[in-house]
Design a protein around this ligand. Sequence first.
Ligand SMILES: *Cc1c(COP(=O)(O)O)cnc(C)c1O
Length: 394
Amino acid sequence: MSIYDQLGVAAIVNAKGTSTRVSGGFIAPEVAAAMKEAGEYCVDMAQLQAAASSILAEITGAEAGIVTSGAAAGLLLGTAACVAGLDPGKMARLPDTRGMKNEVVMVRSQRNFYDHAVRTAGVRVVEVGLPDRVAGAGVRDAEPWEIAEAIGERTAAVVYVASGNARPSLEEVVRVAHSHSVPLLVDAAAQLPPASNLKRFIGAGADLVAFSGGKAIGGPQGSGILCGKRDLIMSALLQNLDLDISWEQWTPPESLIDKHRLVGIPPHGIGRTCKVGKEIIVGLLVAVRRFLAEPDGARSARWLAAVRRVAEATGKLARATAEVREGASPRFVVTLSASAGMTGMELCLALQNGQPQIHADPSQAAAGIISFSPVALRDEDPAHIGRRLRELLG
Ligand SMILES: *Cc1c(COP(=O)(O)O)cnc(C)c1O
């Protein structure tokens, strides 16, 4: 009996991808073994994060880095670092940001559900740009001058959500932010692969970058990376660590926390709520090394092979076309024909309500297109998907 059977929770076929809602992907046996071993000893948590920092600095090209409990936690910690700096009094007062730099500038089209993590630090989001898309006439998004105009005395940071569609370019936003001496925090949660993106945003000049550890990296589901400038990472870590200790007894690792630059020891900070356990830190470090050891080409070939297995198991459908989409992130794509007799959402629901439950990507369901990600499929899953699609679509 599996652990999930014992709990009475059905294991699902996850063809949605590494979304948190469907529990992300899998951890490799090597990652699981490292986490188990990590749980068998005790360590000083600040020292463990300092060791992580030197590894993450090398991997990302940043001055420093810490393991977080997810990319969203990285956004909260990064924002808190930009607001409080190395001032323990400010750290203690967050999310009350009265009298502090308490605004972040964001391009309106980049606003998303995860910016709640940014706002949790107590800042107000100042939106710029008017993406004129639905009206049909639209060619514009935000422009660099609009970001410059929104930056003022209260601006703690510019927050940028990295993606192929994000406008203006990261390089242009770095230029604007830095010409006003404001740090740039990048949400790069899902920007892997390519593995080169671990260095790309820091290389372009970002001051802080947050990655998800539970997506393509294959780390523990609740893990992430925050990397960037040393002082900002020091502030982020101070607001994340458990600091229930006296000044005399406190001997944090100097490579990451220089206590003599602080007027005193801050109390537990706003990020104490998103603590990371030692097992998570160790698991993420092993996972990110494994991720880097596999070339992008080999990874996408592995994913493409899984997509092909889904295509073979499905065969030809009477009431839909099925195709293998190649590329860096291969997918199996089913497009309902006009005579399918069901909508895209109805197909999604039928898959979800079958045995086993199959969760596909519904983002284009309104257009009758349902796609299947290979990233979190188990070996036996292509056969389940193929059988269900044939039952439903002939
Ligand atoms: C997934 C995602 C996040 C959240 O990442 P977690 O590691 O789950 O906290 C934040 N921003 C974007 C753009 C994402 O895709």
